[in-house]
Design a protein around this ligand. Structure first.
Ligand code: NAD
Ligand code: DAU
Length: 337
């Protein structure tokens, strides 16, 4: 058995990873540590909880004592670090927790993993560390790091720290940098679930600036397939970009959701732009495609319909969320409700 510490496994991508991997692998023992912030939700993991090779511990990756206890008790030899504060808009409202978790938390996790001599430490990162593109070009693994938001600068800091542990201590670090994900269990502060839910509730769809910013969308299942390939076969000390070559303008996404849900375009409301808003992201994933033989399995057309259907079929999941702390954030953020 591989004893794997998965951090942030109650969030969007981490919970999708655990649900997916426990179906695929009986030889993984997954120990999930999650602080259960506003973004963590154990309801995402109902299927996993039935498995004997899955364990959950509520805790902070910045808690050294707790980490030492977990590494010892479960004889942890592998780490996949999903845990992070992940929303750009929240990082603009207040950056402190982003640096506490994404930088200092990752530092505590790295130091503990170093002490216990793990065999692989996979840092889950983002294309946002590369900054913003003009109309042409794509981010490759050698594109200089140039983050623009408090969120992306905290992620860039943790990437650089992890790489320094590889160079200095020969720690077995690997990093993945992925583009924008969508799919089931995504918290409705992010573009796609927010627009689906507002459209279903006949509320305004807040589009920042001119709506022409471009993101490169990937279905969360394809991201997780890539993560596991890198976890199993990725070369130590390397960075792997992950993306499905699916660039779209925000307004195209919004219109598609409206038409799929048969709602009128009059629901769109252009609002003040996000400060420092990155214009365009696009990922060159040649390296993972050629070295590890990964390709996305889903087209955007099929996976966006699956995603919209999931939100239609799981109203209870998001209704509980939007009636909680989210409501306060949402009204402050958009000043719309
Ligand atoms: P999310 O916000 O949905 O989930 C984050 C999870 O981490 C939550 O369950 C939260 O409770 C947990 N967490 C936060 N602080 C913690 C702490 N101090 N200790 C333990 N757990 C803590 O985020 P996500 O969208 O699932 O993103 C997961 C990772 O993937 C992040 O590192 C993010 O930077 C990266 N990423 C996200 C995307 C995307 O499009 N969502 C794309 C590329 C990379
Ligand atoms: O690129 C990977 C990153 O993608 C991840 O590292 C982040 O964790 C993830 O949150 C995401 O960041 P973005 O800022 O690109 O995602 P978000 O869903 O917040 O916004 C996508 C685009 O939509 C962006 O151009 C801003 C715009 N937007 C977003 C919201 C929430 C709107 O126009 N209106 C909105 O209400």
């Amino acid at each position: 058995m591989k004893n794997i510490l998965v951090t942030g496994g109650a969030g969007f991508i981490g919970s999708n990873y655990i649900n997916y991997i426990l179906n695929e692998r009986d030889d993984y023992n997954i120990i999930n540590i999650d602080k259960l912030t506003y973004a963590g939700n154990l309801e995402n993991l109902k299927i996993s909880e039935l498995k004997s090779n899955y364990h959950f511990i509520k805790g902070d990756i910045g808690n050294a004592e707790l980490l030492r206890y977990i590494f010892e008790k479960f004889k942890i030899k592998y780490v996949i670090n999903f845990a992070a504060e992940s929303h750009v808009d929240r990082s603009i409202l207040g950056s402190e927790i982003f640096f506490k978790t994404n930088v200092m938390g990752t530092n505590v996790l790295l130091e503990t993993a170093r002490f216990f001599e793990v065999e692989k430490f996979l840092q889950i990162s983002t294309d946002e560390v590369y900054g913003s593109l003009g109309e042409k070009g794509k981010f490759s693994e050698t594109t200089p790091i140039s983050p623009n938001s408090p969120y992306s600068s905290s992620k860039a800091s943790s990437d650089l720290m992890a790489l320094s542990f590889f160079h200095t201590y020969e720690m077995p670090i690997v990093i993945t940098r992925c583009s924008n994900n969508y799919g089931q269990f995504q918290f409705p502060e992010k573009l796609i679930p927010l627009m689906i839910i507002n459209a279903l509730n006949n509320q305004k769809l807040p589009v920042y600036g001119d709506g022409l910013n471009v993101r490169d969308w990937i279905y969360v299942v394809d991201h997780n397939r890539a993560i596991n390939l890198v976890f199993e076969e990725g070369k130590i000390g390397e960075v792997y970009n992950i993306g499905a070559s699916n660039e779209m303008k925000n307004i195209e996404i919004v219109n598609l959701i409206l038409s799929q849900l048969k709602r009128d375009e009059s629901l769109i409301q252009y609002i003040k732009d996000r400060p420092g808003h990155d214009r365009r992201y696009a990922i060159d994933s040649t390296k993972i495609q050629t070295e590890l033989n990964w390709t996305p399995a889903f087209t955007f057309e099929e996976a966006i319909v699956k995603t919209i259907d999931w939100y239609l079929e799981n109203k209870q999941w998001w209704q509980r969320i939007i009636s909680g702390e989210y409501k306060k954030y949402y009204s402050e953020q958009y000043n719309l409700i």
